[in-house]
Design a protein around this ligand. Sequence first.
Ligand code: SF4
Length: 370
Amino acid sequence: MEFCRSSGFKNFVPVSGDGVSGENIKQTRKHTFTEGIHLLRRMKSQDDSTLFGGCAFNPFKYTPCDHFTQYFKLIKKINQGANFLVTQFGWDMLKLQELRWYLSSRGLYQPSIARLLLLTPEWVEQISAGKCPGVHISPDFQGILKKEVNYSYKQFEAAQWRRLQIQAAGCKLLGYSGVQIAGLKNAEQVSIACNMIVEALSEFKTFESWKNEYYEHLARAEMAPYPHRFYMFDKLFSEAHVDEFPSMKEGKIPQCSGSEKLHYKICEFLFSHASCQDADEHLITKKIFAGCRKCSFCRLPLTHYICPELCPKGLSNGPCGGSRADGSCEFGEMECIHSRRMRLASWLNEIDSLEEHYIKSAEKYSKAKK
Ligand code: SF4
């Protein structure tokens, strides 16, 4: 933060970041990931007006657990001082509208910036191979992109510029305050992008005309990564903005198994005071029942007895944006621990706690004792 300030930066968006490509869970755990929410809180507590803090958010989530845990974390970030938000890039405009409707329905008017990507054949290859954490494309859209890649390069490029135009104009109509465009390689491309977006803004005068072109350009492709297709609102795209929001769908949260419930009860019996006790207390039992990794302060009672250190990035306040389309962890091999927590919270009727309680960071024991 100090570096940003002294270098003249005005806006600051802390992110926990992606894992190193090719590394597994064990290797990832050796790195330190800082949750952006802690930095936002620090800025808020210092009443720091030199930096304008925002947060990143991934609206492109398609299972109820994955989706809601993202939104709960967003609310926490806003409560901790995020003044604006920047989305992950994606091409499903229904998901971008869902985010705007959700914020308005909660009376939140933080400026939102949609991140867009000018695709190149290399990007298409990487995304199709699942090498961009948290970026999902549907089989239909993948089919369209594959066809475009087989065109001449000029035709491929023209299709991507047109897509960028349509998306940027759509964002404006949906109430986004701006777009951030990734993938532009030089000043010439920046200038082309600016001109094309200005053109698109005057081309689409109504939401209806924009919607028709969006569908036309995508040949009405399904943009959700089948079989995962959760959207929080019915009637998305019926209008750009609504005065009365359709009721929010809860979706089908998978139930906890009997052993998960038993595990919770045992941990509750054993560790309900662990956050007020010395971290060394019950170390062996905590290791057996919760996979304890000896943090400087125990967060088990605050996290439904799922140790945040089981997350390869050690995130305690909610998920990163990198989970896969089915809601499993960015690193595969396991369910995202925050989805697991969501299932427990749903069983216990404590869903609200997921957005209400900020959980402070803890150092790993070995570091803390140095
Ligand atoms: S467990 Fe969840 S929050 Fe942690 S790295 Fe995996 S997807 Fe991200």
